[in-house]
Design a protein around this ligand. Structure first.
Ligand SMILES: Nc1ncnc2c1ncn2[C@@H]1O[C@H](COP(=O)(O)OP(=O)(O)OP(=O)(O)O)[C@@H](O)[C@H]1O
Length: 301
């Protein structure tokens, strides 16, 4: 299933939580949703999963709007950042519930995964630890075999071994069954490793939407040392979008083709230079900084 979001709007008490978002994601891909606190990521996820009705615009999966559409909703699974289970339920009784709602449910998968993670089928889920509750959520989600998996801060509370296994299973469903995954997370290091594309939200708006390899191939960090600092023309010529000068060393973020950048740099006769791809954290800081959301120091009494 492909996702198409068109001009999506959602407000709470007159305040926009999601504003004019347009976005598309193909099946078999992982899309990362990044953003500041309160940017609107969870609200956006709830609109994508058909929990919230949009004030304006629409969320389409394979051309059909999701809101109020039971058939589409049964193929889209949302895992919230707060695992929630019906009162007094065990993993086994939750499995019965999911089996009734999700037509692609696999009891074989359920038995295999519950056994693999060593989860007790008969213990009330309320007695599970935080990490065990998360594992139970993933067991139920993977057994439901959704075509689209929406994950809001999904790996919090999982130990590193389980975290890796949960991601491995997700990758198998993406590769073997073309599942689409949309992940909202503040863990940029992890997102960098697994996402095909990313978007960044701030104050309800989508600032930026791009294929990760494309960003890495067009944005670079440049450290360059000069005998004598160059004139302003250097920054224009090399297409510097942000720079800092310390002594005779200039650190910049540069946009463009890597070989073209190197060719231009050499004309300014640097003593030495290093050109590196930007990390997702640097892209985030740069894009947010452009919108006035930069790191500032705070001193407390
Ligand atoms: N049910 C609600 N009622 C009223 N306001 C809400 C509701 N849900 C979200 N909001 C508001 O919408 C805005 C976006 O919140 P949201 O939870 O979507 O942000 P977020 O990007 O997920 O944040 P975080 O990274 O901090 O989890 C916030 O200003 C929040 O107060």
């Amino acid at each position: 299933m492909n996702l198409e979001v068109v001009q999506l709007d959602k407000s709470f008490s007159g305040k926009k939580a999601v504003e004019s978002i347009t976005l598309s994601v193909e099946s078999g891909k992982i899309h990362g949703l990044l953003g500041s606190n309160g940017a609107g990521k969870t609200t956006f996820m709830k609109l994508l999963s058909g929990i919230y009705r949009p004030d304006d615009g629409c969320v389409y999966f394979s051309g059909a709007p999701i809101y109020g559409n039971t058939e589409i909703k049964s193929q889209v699974m949302f895992i919230s950042d707060h695992p929630y289970f019906l009162n007094g339920k065990t993993l086994l009784s939750m499995a019965e519930f999911y089996r009734a709602v999700y037509p692609r449910w696999s009891s074989t998968r359920f038995s295999q995964l519950a056994h693999h993670f060593g989860l007790d089928l008969h213990q009330p889920l309320s007695q599970f630890s935080k990490g065990m509750k998360r594992q139970a959520t993933f067991v139920l989600a993977y057994s439901s075999r959704p075509k689209v998996l929406l994950l809001d801060e999904p790996f919090d509370g999982l130990d590193p071994i389980i975290r890796r296994q949960v991601k491995d299973i997700m990758m198998q469903d993406i590769t073997n069954h073309g599942m689409m995954v949309i992940i909202s997370s503040h863990n940029l290091r992890e997102m960098e490793d697994i996402c095909d594309s990313i978007s960044m939200m701030h104050e309800g708006k989508l600032l930026f939407h791009s294929n990760l390899n494309e960003v890495r191939g067009t944005h670079f960090k440049l450290q360059i040392a000069f005998d004598v600092l160059p004139t302003e023309s250097f920054f224009k010529d090399v297409d510097v979008v942000h720079h800092e000068i310390r002594g005779r060393v200039v650190t910049c973020i540069v946009k463009g083709d890597r070989y073209d950048i190197e060719r231009k740099i050499t004309k300014y006769r640097p003593l030495m230079y290093d050109i590196l791809p930007l990390s997702l954290e640097e892209i985030f800081a740069y894009e947010m900084g452009e919108r006035g959301y930069a790191i500032s120091d705070i001193t407390i009494e």
